[in-house]
Design a protein. Structure first.
Ligand SMILES: *Cc1c(COP(=O)(O)O)cnc(C)c1O
Length: 451
C-alpha cells in the first residue's frame, strides 16, 4: 500500500491502520483545544477533540500522528470516504474553472445535472423537480414552504424522537430539548408531534397499529384540513436509529394521500447508500411526495436538496425558493462525483455487506452482555441501545463510558438517542473489512473495561 505522508494528503492512499502514538487526545490536539476554548463559542461542542490533518478510506489522522478508525463519517457525510478520488478531482477542476456565480443570477450546468440525477435516483417514476440548498435544516424548511404553497394549508406534523435541524422552524420540528432547543425559543408555530413506532420500547405494537395511533392524534389534535405536511425520517437518526415496525411508513403515506397532506421523507441522514439502499424509503417500498437529502450527498461539501412531485415543487412562485449559495458549483461537482462513485463502486451493496458484518459482531456481543438492550439499524447505519442489565432502563452514562473507552483506543464512535443511551455506527463505505473487524474488537474491549 502507498504510504503518502499523512500530514499532507488525505484520500484512500493513507495507510489503512489504527495507530496510536500518543494518548488520545495527544499534546498537539490538547493545545489546539485550548485555543478553541479561547476562540470558538462554547455552544459549538466537540465529541472527540483530536484535530484532524488527513482522512481517507476508513481512517482519520490527527496532528499528533495518531491514525483512528472512523465509525462516524463526520455524521454520515463522508459515505463514499473522505477525499474520495473522484470528489477531489471534480472539486479541484471546478475550483479552477469558477467558484461561484449564484445560480439565481447566472446559472451553470452542474446544478441542473444534480437536479436531473436526484430526479432519476429518488423513489418513484413520476415527474419530479429539485431545488438545491446548503444544509439539511435549510432543505427541511424549504420542503415545508413548498408543501404549504401547494396545499394552501399550514400545519406540520412531526414525530417523537425526530431530529430535523437547528434553525427556528426545524428546532420546533426537532423533539429533544437539550441540547437542541433549550433556551432558544419561542419556536415556530403550527408544528404538532405524533407518536412514533419504536419497536424496542413498544413491543407487540405492529406498524399498522402504531400508524393508527399516530393518525388518531393527528386527526383529533390537528385535523387534516389544517395540515400541509407530515415530515418523518424513515429511520430516526439523532433520536436513536429507530427503525419503525414494518407497515408503519406505508400506512402514513396512504393516509397523507387520502387527505391532501404532503408526505415528506427527511433522508438527510439515511440517504445516499447509507442503509443498503440508495434511500431508506425503499426498504418499506415507500414513495414520498418530497424527499429531503443532504449529509452524504456531496462527500463533505455543503449541499442539500428537496426533490419531489413536479406539481408540488412547482407550487412555489418564481423567486420564492433559493439562496445565495444554494447549489454552489463546487458542491454540485462533488455531488455528481459522489453519485458516480456510489454507482461505479457498488456502494449500495457495500453498505449492506458492512451491515451484515457488523450486525453479526454486535449480536454476538449482545449474547454475552445484557447491557446491550437492542441492536438495530440497516446497512451501514447501526446502533446499540444500552440499558441497565435485565431491564430496559436507559443507561446514558454507560454509552458515554463505552464511547470514551473506544475513543481512547483509537475508534471514533458517536452517541445519540432521546435518552442519550445509544451508540451509533456510521462507517464510511470505503472502510476495509479488516479495519471494520478491528473496530469491532475495540468495541468488545470497550464494553469489557466498562463492566
Ligand atoms: C443532520 C440532520 C438534519 C440537519 O442537517 P444540517 O445539515 O445539520 O442542517 C436534518 N435532518 C436529519 C434527519 C439529520 O440527520
Amino acid at each position: 500500500m502507498t504510504t503518502t505522508p499523512a500530514s499532507t494528503t488525505g484520500g484512500p492512499a493513507l495507510p489503512q491502520e489504527r495507530r496510536l502514538v500518543t494518548e488520545i487526545p495527544g499534546p498537539r490536539s490538547r493545545e489546539l483545544q485550548a485555543r478553541k476554548q479561547a476562540a470558538v463559542a462554547s455552544g459549538v461542542g466537540t465529541t472527540l477533540p483530536v484535530y484532524v490533518v488527513a482522512a481517507g478510506g476508513g481512517v482519520l489522522v490527527d496532528v499528533d500522528g495518531n491514525s483512528l478508525i472512523d465509525l462516524g463519517s463526520g455524521i454520515a457525510v463522508t459515505t463514499v470516504g473522505n477525499s474520495a478520488p473522484r470528489v477531489v478531482e471534480a472539486v479541484a477542476g471546478q475550483a479552477a474553472a469558477f467558484t461561484h456565480t449564484c445560480f439565481m443570477v447566472t446559472p451553470y450546468a452542474g446544478y441542473v445535472e444534480v437536479a436531473e440525477a436526484l430526479n432519476r435516483l429518488t423513489p418513484g417514476d413520476h415527474e419530479k423537480r429539485t431545488a438545491l440548498f446548503n444544509s439539511g435544516a435549510e432543505a427541511v424548511e424549504n420542503a415545508v414552504k413548498v408543501a404549504r404553497a401547494h396545499t394552501r394549508k399550514t400545519g406540520v406534523v412531526v414525530f417523537d424522537h425526530a431530529y430535523h435541524g437547528r434553525t427556528n422552524l426545524t428546532m420546533a420540528m426537532t423533539a429533544k430539548s437539550m441540547p437542541y432547543k433549550s433556551g432558544f425559543g419561542p419556536f415556530a408555530s403550527d408544528v404538532y408531534r405524533a407518536p412514533l413506532s419504536y419497536p424496542y420500547r413498544d413491543a407487540g405494537v405492529t406498524g399498522a397499529e402504531a400508524a393508527a395511533r399516530a393518525i388518531d392524534v393527528v386527526e383529533k389534535q390537528v385535523g387534516a384540513d389544517n395540515l400541509a405536511a407530515l415530515v418523518i425520517e424513515p429511520i430516526q437518526g439523532e433520536g436513536g436509529f429507530l427503525v419503525p415496525a414494518e407497515g408503519f411508513l406505508p400506512a402514513l403515506v396512504d393516509w397523507c394521500r387520502a387527505n391532501d397532506v404532503v408526505f415528506v421523507a427527511d433522508e438527510v441522514q439515511t440517504g445516499f447508500a447509507r442503509t443498503g439502499a440508495l434511500f431508506a424509503c425503499e426498504h418499506d417500498s415507500v414513495v414520498p411526495d418530497l424527499i429531503v437529502t443532504a449529509k452524504g450527498i456531496a462527500g463533505g461539501m455543503p449541499l442539500s436538496a428537496v426533490t419531489g412531485r413536479a406539481e408540488i415543487m412547482d407550487a412555489a412562485h418564481v423567486g420564492g425558493l433559493g439562496g445565495t449559495y444554494g447549489g454552489n458549483p463546487l458542491a454540485c461537482a462533488a455531488a455528481l462525483a459522489v453519485i458516480e462513485t456510489i454507482e461505479s463502486d457498488g456502494l449500495v451493496e457495500r453498505a449492506a455487506k458492512i451491515g451484515a458484518q457488523m450486525t453479526g459482531r454486535l449480536r454476538a456481543l449482545q449474547e454475552r452482555d445484557p447491557r446491550l438492550g437492542d441492536v438495530r439499524g440497516r446497512g451501514a447505519m447501526l446502533a446499540v441501545e444500552l440499558v441497565r442489565a435485565g431491564t430496559s432502563e436507559p443507561d446514558a452514562d454507560l454509552a458515554k463510558r463505552v464511547a470514551a473507552a473506544a475513543h481512547q483506543r483509537g475508534v471514533v464512535v458517536l452517541t445519540c438517542g432521546t435518552y442519550g443511551n445509544v451508540l451509533r455506527f456510521l462507517p464510511p463505505l470505503a472502510i476495509t473489512d479488516a479495519l471494520l473487524d478491528e473496530a469491532c474488537d475495540v468495541l468488545d474491549e470497550a464494553f469489557e473495561v466498562t463492566a
